[in-house]
Design a protein around this ligand. Sequence first.
Ligand SMILES: [Zn+2]
Length: 795
Amino acid sequence: MESGELKRLVESVNARDARVLDRVLGRLVDHSREIGTIRAFVGGMGLGPHSRHSMGIQISEPQVCRSGAKAFVSLLGAHPALAEGRRLEAVLPIFGPTDDDPAVFELRGEAAELLVLGALALGTDVGDIRNSIEGLVHVAMGPEAFSTVLRRLLIGRPIPEPGGREGIPASILRLRKDIERNCLVGVANALTDVSLAAQGAMPIAYATGIAALSPSVGCDGTIVTIEGTGFGPSQPQNVDVYFPTITGSCVPATVISWSDANIVVRAPSSVGPGCVGFVRRGSGGAALFKATNTLAGEMERCLGMAASAAAYRLRQAGVLGMITCPPCLPSKANFFSGGPPSIEYFSANGGFDVAAEPGDAITLSWRVTNASTVSLTRTSLAGPYTPPPAPLPTSSTHSMGAFTGLNPTTATYELTASNACGVVSRSVSVRLQKTPKLAVSAIEVVQVIQRPDNSVRLVEGKATAIRVFVDSGLTGGFDYGKGPDVMPRVVGRATAFPVGAGRGFDLGAPWAPASVDARPASNMNRDLQSHSLIFDLPANLAVGTVRIEVRAVVQDHEKDVGGPFVAFGATTVTFQARPAQEILPFLVADPLLGLPAPTLAQFFTSLRGAIVRFGISDSGFIVNPPQMYSTVRGPSIRPLTQALGWSLMLMDLATLIFVFPQSPVGGIRAGLVPTSATYAVNGMAVPRVAVSIPAMLAQNGLLGTFAHEMGHAIGLGHAACPPPCPGGNATPPDGIDGRLPGVTDATGMDMGTRTVIAAGRGEMMSYCGDTSRCPGPTRWPSTTSFDIVFDSLPI
Ligand SMILES: [Zn+2]
């Protein structure tokens, strides 16, 4: 039979078992206490995930939880291997030589725990042990869903979800007859011997005859008299008095005197609340020691390393014997309130560290056992406080009142419980915060200047900024330290989806400082760079129609899928293709002042002043090979220290005729002259009139002036920048262009320096911002001059 056939066999068994398995699980869900007691049994044996012991660290007697052992045997008995004696042909290779498959290793470890726990649980029972052990072994190596689920439940681990129960790979499956016979028989025999020996060695715990404890409250070393009847004249040799411990286990106490009606003992260290009684040790200790040792050896031989944890605990059970703790009498006459108090819980609004909104009430809840006094205090300066009742009940709830305030603060409360054995305390804290309701209020797509509705046209192939404005959604004036209703530290991501690209492009981190303080939309100022998250949309993605999607989130909430700390937004814009503009550079030397001509690299720097201000793509200027020029041409000179010199040179450029040019000479004639404070003007230009060609002159390095002069060349007049000029030394411009406002009418963006240009900046075609006429921040186009240039190029 090959592995595929084995797999199909297992599948058919699973289909047959499905209904019974569901019924068994359904019963367990209704009685989750059953699972709890099984876990108590597993943990008491020092195995399973809830074990109090780590392997090899702490040696303690395995403690048999009898109700758990009973539940274990009952659940195991529901399996067809025990209920009907079913044996499957397909099994897991848990016995025999080991291999390196980690899945097999894990299965062997689980099987080993199941076998050890099963043998000891069956040892507390009085049934047909040999038959039950054989069934147990088949559950341990069962590949079908029923066994898989039961194994996990019985060793105290979470069960796999439906669908994950059938996940045993076909390659692992083996035929039962191929499993090593010696191991199968050897382990089964050794398990049976352990069960039988455990039956004999199992201790018996009881509290019969106890009428009262005096005192019934005490600490380490307290002398306690157990009052009652029928204890016998002296302490039997195999009987010990057991006291409860803080950890819920039990330990023997020192007996000082013993009579039929009074036993005087000293409470052990680590004494805790619980029931006092007697434990009669089983007589079969030697037989259990021998049987556990044999089984541990068999398991290590047949299951390998995977069985070592289970074998270790098994040997401990053999060496130390097993104990079981005394039961509580229905009258509670044997209950001892031992040790320091225990705070079972102390919570604020249901948690230990919770958040509250302004105005929320803080309700504290607690339950304390074994305390003589309990007190409740506020340990922080902040937070509401309503005096609790005195004396404070050991179990109650108390409202401290409403937590108010406009700043994030933390209130802490401490519950202290004490008795003669000690003092314990626990704290809870409540953080006052206001939950924002983040929203993307606007996404602006800007290249030079833009209105809030993105109605200024966009150019293809031009560096673009995406400005994202985030509304905090906060009201009521809560202040996180950046002002009322401001939610600090909002970060985000933006993705561009060019239509037709079939995919999105992550636009990377926003501009420094990479976060924004979100504020109510009514307090936003588009002119402030810090009021937006700004992303780069590179020129190569600014093509055709592009959908921009953004996700903004309060820092540390990056993993939130949705909710008040996350906001989404999207906008769609279209970039328009624009034709190129030819340009012919003139690099002008000034021998009159001994100044060399600017370089071509310097020309390109000046040209950037026009690119960032114009509705032209970043590669929209076709720059022809430069012409070298001079202020001295034979007998004629053009002294730039005089306005006349500038006019004559401009005329030269506009009227120059190239005969048999060596290279292309079309386009706007743009002369770049050296920089000198003694020059009469910063620049000068003429538009195309009659036969003359558009031409301009500008001093090297004045980027705003270069764009201004080229604006003239394109046909723009002057903008009347607000008289009086801020510098007071303005020569009012001539040739006012009635179309242009004096200052910018919308918020701009200088993609060269990556700075927002607030509305109201001196217009590109004004003198405000001209370094020699009316100094100020660099001039910028209004939407009007932007549109005129957009529609005029090329000329
Ligand atoms: Zn001008």
